[in-house]
Design a protein around this ligand. Structure first.
Ligand code: FE2
Length: 285
């Protein structure tokens, strides 16, 4: 079977037709989806009636699922985060709660899991319940952003190493170290990743940035932070962005190795429930 993809974004992102993921996928189809993600970055599967078991069966075809055990945002399921506006009992999540602050941080441009080593490779987000006018999720094409830089600039940047830290990204929304448990602080130390990554499946290069990206190793702190800010602004110009308009039961899957994303503000009372899962790289990046 060949995955049938139709481009829906300006430079990347595609809608996939003809698959009912609740029926399960085999290793061959998972490999085709993996290659489609290497080509398109973001894949939209419309109308997927997934429950927890079928969503878990789907993500497991791409590698060991991320274990979502950080108690600040734990859901009770070992492999899912809830990205929504209400808790399991249907109560609104206060913005000043720890979970509310995590949701707020999702509005910063980021790559899932870059604050960890190994980072997350692929993410899948399923829309379980949507308001009448759902807020879009935005994605940035970091490959096109890289390709459009002048060659001399690319030579300067290729090989730089960036420090990524959950504490840096969360400081941008006003959190301090006191907001993290000792257990979390022990488990989530800053990590280092290359600024420019080469895709394992097609050898294409892309910028690798995130809200967690703090500074350049070996550079003065402020100079490195200025570079991260400059490249993030470059890569998130509208010409590189696909804004996903959610429909009920959409499953959106993306390749974290060459895309960034962010949620957009939502303050309505109607609940929005999304279930997140992902797989990590198998080795340090
Ligand atoms: Fe995310």
């Amino acid at each position: 079977m060949t995955v049938n993809c139709k481009r829906i974004g300006n430079t990347f992102a595609a809608e996939v037709h003809g698959l009912d993921l609740a029926r399960g996928i085999d290793a061959g189809l998972a490999a085709e989806i993996d290659h489609a993600l290497a080509t398109h970055g973001v894949l939209v599967f419309r109308g997927q009636r997934l429950d927890d078991d079928s969503q878990q069966a789907f993500i497991q075809q791409f590698g060991p699922p991320v274990v979502t055990n950080f108690k600040e945002i734990a859901t009770g399921h070992p492999h899912f985060y809830d990205v929504g506006t209400v808790d399991n009992e249907g109560n609104p999540i206060p913005e000043d709660s720890v979970k509310g602050q995590y949701l707020l941080a999702n509005q910063l441009w980021h790559t899932d899991g870059s604050q960890n080593q190994p980072p997350i490779r692929l993410t899948a987000l399923h829309a379980r319940e949507l308001p009448p006018v759902p807020p879009p999720t935005e994605y940035a094409d970091m490959r096109a952003a890289w390709n459009d830089l002048p060659e001399s600039r690319r030579k300067e940047l290729d090989g730089l190493i960036i420090e990524h830290s959950i504490y840096w990204s969360r400081s941008k929304i006003g959190m301090t170290m006191d907001d993290f448990s000792e257990e979390t602080k022990a488990a989530r130390k800053p990590v280092q990743h290359p600024l420019v990554r080469t895709h394992a499946l097609n050898g294409l290069k892309a910028l690798y940035l995130a809200s967690h990206a703090s500074h350049v190793i070996g550079w003065p702190l402020e100079k490195g932070r200025a570079l991260v800010d400059e490249l993030t602004a470059h890569a998130t110009q509208r010409k590189y962005v696909y804004a996903h308009q959610w429909q009920p039961s959409d499953l959106v899957m993306w390749d974290d190795t060459w895309t960034m994303h962010r949620s957009t503000p939502y303050k309505e009372k109607h609940p929005r429930k999304m279930r997140w899962c992902g797989v990590r790289e198998l080795e340090a990046v």
